[in-house]
Design a binder for this molecule. Structure first.
Ligand code: CTP
Ligand code: MG
Length: 241
């Protein structure tokens, strides 16, 4: 089965602090997005990468990927949207009809090892409709009653850590499944408020689909806060040593 990857890269990276859009911030002198696209292209299974760029930065991103030697024929750049979900939907619309397996990978996970990409594709090819890479949690997690006013938040309970996983990307899907849940989300959201879904597999779960987990990897962590940049630089330096 033919696989393509959609890379949502249109976020501003507010939690990272002031600066360029997060996907264009550099690690080891190379934009995070370039690392992420290379990581996907390294997989023999991935024949096309569609990048959802900041809407005002499509030409700039296309030029940047070219400058870093990424083959034009295997990469498309489209305008992303106001939310991650919208960016994925717009990217998916640029995936050719004959592609049966679609990966969705955050530009903000630039160092994902190719083994993770391959494992996700393999699981979809093996029959799963939705696949997420995930790792066990190091921290104990508690559910709280959120307080916006800064007062201490009451703890409600502590889920059993053994049954929790932190999920990463790339997440992999039968193309039809991903298209169907995004279409449904679009009509649902125009109707009323729904709990926020922060990943694509979450949409599959919402509409009754089955999601399975394959082993993720520590180096597939998401660059979210400034400290994550420190870790990413260290991982890169170790790889280059
Ligand atoms: N993303 C996107 N379009 C948006 C928002 C996010 O394509 N409108 C992408 C980001 O570029 C990123 C991925 O979704 O690659 C994961 O999102 P996140 O880590 O939250 O990135 P940002 O939204 O950019 O960061 P922040 O939430 O701190 O502003
Ligand atoms: Mg965000």
């Amino acid at each position: 089965l033919n696989a393509a990857a959609v890379v949502p890269a249109a976020g501003r990276g507010e939690r990272l602090g002031p600066g360029a859009p997060k996907a264009l911030r550099e690690l080891g002198g190379v934009p995070m997005l370039v690392h992420a696209v290379r990581a996907l292209a390294r997989s023999r299974a991935v024949g096309l990468v569609v990048v959802a760029a900041p809407p005002d930065g499509v030409a700039e991103v296309a030029a940047l990927l070219g400058d870093h030697g990424l083959p034009r024929g295997e990469i498309r750049v489209v305008a992303g949207g106001a939310s991650r979900q919208e960016s994925v939907r717009l990217g998916l619309a640029a995936v050719p009809e004959d592609v049966e397996v679609v990966l969705v990978h955050d530009a903000a996970r630039p160092l994902v090892p190719v083994e993770v990409v391959d494992a996700v594709v393999e699981a979809v090819r093996g029959g799963a409709e939705a696949v997420v890479p995930a790792v066990p949690l190091a921290d104990t997690v508690k559910r709280v009653e959120p307080r916006a006013d800064g007062t201490p938040e009451p703890v409600l309970d502590t889920p059993d850590r053994a049954s929790l996983r932190a999920v990463q990307t790339p997440q992999g899907f039968r193309r039809e499944t991903l298209q169907t849940v995004h279409d449904r989300a679009l009509t649902d959201e125009s109707v009323g408020a729904l709990p926020q879904v922060t990943d694509d597999a979450g949409l599959v779960e919402r509409y009754g689909g089955t999601v399975v987990v394959v082993p993720g990897h520590g180096e597939a962590f998401k660059v979210t806060r400034p400290l994550d940049l420190v870790l990413a630089e260290a991982v890169l330096a170790r790889r280059r040593a």
